[in-house]
Design a protein around this ligand. Structure first.
Ligand code: GCV
Length: 647
C-alpha cells in the first residue's frame, strides 16, 4: 500500500457499477457527486442503461434521504425524492455489487430510521499540552487542523466525507467538546476554517456542526457575563449565530458540554441547563439549526470517602426534572451508559426518563476504554444490544426508537493516520456505526460481513472467515481480560490504557470498585446502596435491585458481593474473574495466531500494521490477566480452583 488506505471504498468495490452503463437523472450538487462517482468508477453513461438513478418527477413518500431500488427488464433502477436519497441509493448499489445486477428484484424501499446520524470529533486546533491534537484520538493527528492551523490541503476531508456518506452518516461536529481558548474562535474570527471544512463535506450531504464554549460572550464578545437569561448575552448569541449562517447557510448547529469537567455553564449564574440550552436553541431556530446539549454532567471533584455521591446517578438527577422544558430544536445528548463508555455498562436510565425531550444517544467509536485501537474490539454488538434494549418493558420502545427524536452520535475514531483509524480493523467500527444509525435493527454480524466484503473485495473465503471469527466476538474477548462483571474503570488514570486496578480508587472522579478482602462491587441498590436502581422503570428497577435477577455481566455495577457469591452461571465471582482472565488472554493469542495464517493474503502494509497491533494486544491482555488475577488473589486469598499461575 502506498499513500492513504481506501478503507471500505477501494476501486474494486466499484467494479460491478463500473462495468455497467449508467444513466443519472436529476439536478443539484449531490446528483453531480453521483455523476462524478459513476465516471470515476469507469461506467460509460448511456441512454439505455443497466443502472438508472433518478430523482422522481413527483416526490412520493421516500423523504429526503430514502430511496427505492428495483430490477426488471435488465435494468436496475434507483429512484429518490431528493438528491441525498439518490446518493444513498447509489452507495447501496455499490454495497450490493454484482447482486444489484444479476437477478430481478421487486421494489425495496429504504429510509434511515434516524434522521440525525452524526460523528463528533474531539479535534483540537492547537495541540493541547495534556490531550494532544485529538483528545482520546488513537489514529494520529486531526484531519482538519495541524499544529494550530487549518490544513492547507483538505482533499482528504473530501475522501472522508465520501466514506461517511457511503455508510449513511450525514453530520459532523468538527471540534472537541472541551472548547479551549483557541478553538472558541472557530465561532467568530476563525469561522472561515469551519466554512472550508463544510465545503468539503457538503458534496456528500454532510452538514457541519461546531462545539462552542458556553462562556463565548465573555471570551469572544467582551461581555461581563454569559448568563443565558441576560438580554445582552442572548443578543450576542443571536447576532453571532446569524453571522455563522451568512457564512455557512447549511450549518447544522452547536454542540455544548457545559458544567462538566471544568467547562463553563449555566450553573455559574444559578440557571438551569434548560435555560442554557434554550438560549442557544433560540439563536439557532430562525436558521433551522439545532443545539446538541450534552447530559454528561457530574461532580468530578468528589471525595472518595463520600459514599453518598454516585456518579452513575448524576445525569438523571440533573436532567430528568427538566423534562418538557427544552425547546424543540434543543437535543439532549446522552451517553449510552450512566458513567462513561466503559466496556460494559447498563443503558442510561436518562433515556427512559425524558419523553418530553428530544434525545440523541452518544456512543464512542474512538476506543478510549476498549483498547485504544491497539486491540481488536468490534463494537457493533455492544451498540446493537444497547439500541435494541427496551428500558420500560418488552412492549416499550427500544432505545433506537427513543433516539429517533434526536439521533445517534459517535465520537470519531479517525485521524490523519494512513489507515484512518490506527488499527486497520477499527475501520469496521466507524462503518458499523453509520449502518446502525441508518438501520438500528441490522445484524452486527451481517454488517461485519458487508464491511469485510467491501474492504477486502478480493479476499478468498479463508480470509473472510478468519476476519469474521477474529472480530465478531472481540468485544467479549476484551471484556474478559479487563475489568470484571461491569465494575469498570480499572485503567491507568490519565491515558486510560492498560490495567491499574486501584488507579482511580482514591481519586475525585467517582469511579470506584470498593474491593476489599471480602468482596468487590458498587452497591447501587435502593435497599442498602446509592439508590441508582430506582432511576430505572420497571422491570429493570427490580431486576437490577435483585441479587438473584441482576444479569451476571452487570453484577458488580449494581452490587457489592463477597468473592464467594455464586453467579447465575454457577461460578463464584472470584473463580469467574480467574477463568475469564485466563480465557480472554488465550483468546487474544488465538486471534493473533489466526491472523498469522491469513495475513499474507492482504496488502503487506495492512498486514504489517495488523501484526504490530496484535502483538501489542497479546502483550497487554497478558498484563491485564496477571494484574487483575494477582490483585484479586492477594485481596481475597482464594486460590484458583484450576491452580494456574497467579503471581
Ligand atoms: C472530551 C471522558 C473522556 C474525556 C472527554 C469526556 C467527555 O471523561 O475521558 O476526554 O472529554 O469523557 O465525554 O466530555
Amino acid at each position: 500500500m502506498t499513500g492513504i488506505h481506501p478503507a471500505w471504498l477501494p476501486a474494486e468495490a466499484f467494479r460491478a457499477v463500473g462495468s455497467r452503463r449508467v444513466a443519472v437523472h436529476g439536478d443539484g450538487e449531490l446528483v453531480d457527486t453521483i455523476r462524478a462517482e459513476v465516471a470515476s468508477a469507469g461506467s460509460p453513461s448511456s441512454s439505455s442503461p443497466d443502472l438508472a438513478l433518478s430523482i422522481a418527477a413527483t416526490p412520493g413518500s421516500l423523504g429526503d434521504e430514502g430511496f427505492a431500488l428495483a430490477r426488471s427488464d435488465g435494468v436496475t433502477t434507483v429512484v429518490a425524492d431528493a438528491p441525498a436519497g439518490l446518493l444513498y441509493g447509489f452507495f447501496h448499489v455499490v454495497r450490493l455489487g454484482e447482486a444489484a445486477f444479476n437477478a430481478d428484484r421487486p421494489v425495496e424501499e429504504h429510509r434511515p430510521a434516524l434522521r440525525r446520524r452524526m460523528v463528533e470529533h474531539w479535534d483540537n486546533v492547537h495541540v493541547n499540552p495534556v490531550m494532544g491534537q485529538v483528545e482520546r484520538g488513537y489514529a494520529g493527528g486531526s484531519l482538519f487542523w495541524e499544529r494550530g492551523a487549518l490544513r492547507a490541503d483538505l482533499r482528504r476531508v473530501r475522501d472522508y466525507a465520501r466514506l461517511l456518506a457511503s455508510c449513511g452518516i450525514n453530520a459532523v461536529a468538527v471540534n472537541n467538546v472541551n472548547v479551549h481558548a483557541t478553538e472558541a474562535h472557530l465561532l467568530t474570527d476563525r469561522l472561515g476554517e469551519v466554512a472550508a471544512i463544510a465545503a468539503e463535506l457538503r458534496p456528500y450531504g454532510i452538514r457541519v456542526h461546531l462545539s462552542v464554549n458556553f462562556a463565548s460572550p465573555i471570551m469572544l464578545g467582551g461581555l461581563a457575563t454569559a448568563d443565558p437569561l441576560d438580554p445582552s448575552v442572548r443578543e450576542w448569541w443571536a447576532a453571532t449565530t446569524s453571522r455563522v449562517y451568512e457564512t455557512i447557510p447549511d450549518f447544522g448547529g452547536y454542540v455544548v458540554k457545559a458544567d462538566s469537567e471544568g467547562q463553563p455553564g449555566p450553573f455559574a449564574y444559578g440557571r438551569s441547563h434548560a435555560d442554557g440550552a434554550n438560549m442557544l436553541a433560540d439563536a439557532l431556530a430562525p436558521h433551522g439549526g439545532v443545539v446538541h446539549w450534552r447530559a454528561f454532567v457530574y461532580n468530578h471533584r468528589q471525595d472518595w470517602r463520600d459514599r453518598s455521591t454516585d456518579r452513575a446517578r448524576a445525569a438523571y438527577d440533573h436532567f430528568a426534572p427538566l423534562d418538557g422544558q427544552f425547546h424543540d430544536n434543543a437535543i439532549l445528548q446522552v451517553k449510552h451508559g450512566p458513567i462513561d463508555f466503559q466496556t460494559r455498562e447498563p443503558v442510561s436510565p436518562v433515556i427512559a426518563a425524558m419523553p418530553g425531550t428530544r434525545l440523541a444517544v452518544e456512543l464512542q467509536a474512538t476506543q478510549e476504554y476498549t483498547g485504544q485501537q491497539r486491540h481488536v474490539c468490534y463494537l457493533a454488538p455492544m451498540w446493537s444490544e444497547m439500541l435494541r434494549f427496551r428500558l420500560h418493558a418488552d412492549d416499550g420502545p427500544a432505545v433506537a426508537a427513543i433516539a429517533e427524536s434526536g439521533g445517534l452520535v459517535a465520537v470519531s475514531n479517525v485521524g490523519d493516520d494512513p489507515f484512518w483509524t490506527g488499527h486497520p480493523l477499527a475501520q469496521a467500527n466507524l462503518y458499523a456505526f453509520g449502518r446502525l444509525a441508518w438501520a438500528p435493527d441490522a445484524d452486527p454480524l451481517a454488517i461485519l460481513d458487508e464491511w469485510i466484503g467491501l474492504t477486502f473485495p478480493a479476499a478468498p473465503p479463508q480470509l473472510r472467515q478468519t476476519l469474521r471469527a477474529m472480530m465478531d466476538d472481540s468485544w467479549h474477548t476484551y471484556e474478559k481480560y479487563t475489568a470484571p462483571l461491569g465494575v469498570g474503570f480499572m485503567v491507568r488514570p490519565g491515558h486510560h490504557y492498560g490495567p491499574d486496578v486501584d488507579g482511580y480508587e482514591y481519586t475525585s472522579w467517582g469511579t470506584y470498585h470498593f474491593a476489599d478482602r471480602d468482596g468487590v462491587g458498587v452497591d447501587r441498590t435502593r435497599a442498602t446502596g446509592t439508590g441508582f436502581t430506582g432511576q430505572y422503570p420497571q422491570p429493570w428497577a427490580d431486576v437490577y435491585e435483585s441479587l438473584d435477577q441482576c444479569p451476571d455481566e452487570l453484577l458488580l455495577f449494581f452490587h457489592h458481593v463477597p468473592y464467594g457469591h455464586v453467579l447465575r452461571s454457577g461460578s463464584t465471582v472470584i473463580q469467574h474473574i480467574y477463568d475469564t482472565h485466563f480465557d480472554g488472554a488465550d483468546e487474544a493469542a488465538r486471534i493473533r495466531d489466526s491472523w498469522s495464517v491469513v495475513g499474507h493474503l492482504v496488502d503487506p502494509g495492512v498486514d504489517a500494521r495488523v501484526r504490530e497491533r496484535l502483538d501489542e494486544q497479546v502483550r497487554s491482555a497478558e498484563e491485564w490477566r496477571d494484574q487483575i488475577n494477582t490483585y484479586f488473589f492477594r485481596k481475597s486469598g482464594v486460590p484458583d480452583a484450576k491452580n494456574r499461575r497467579i503471581y
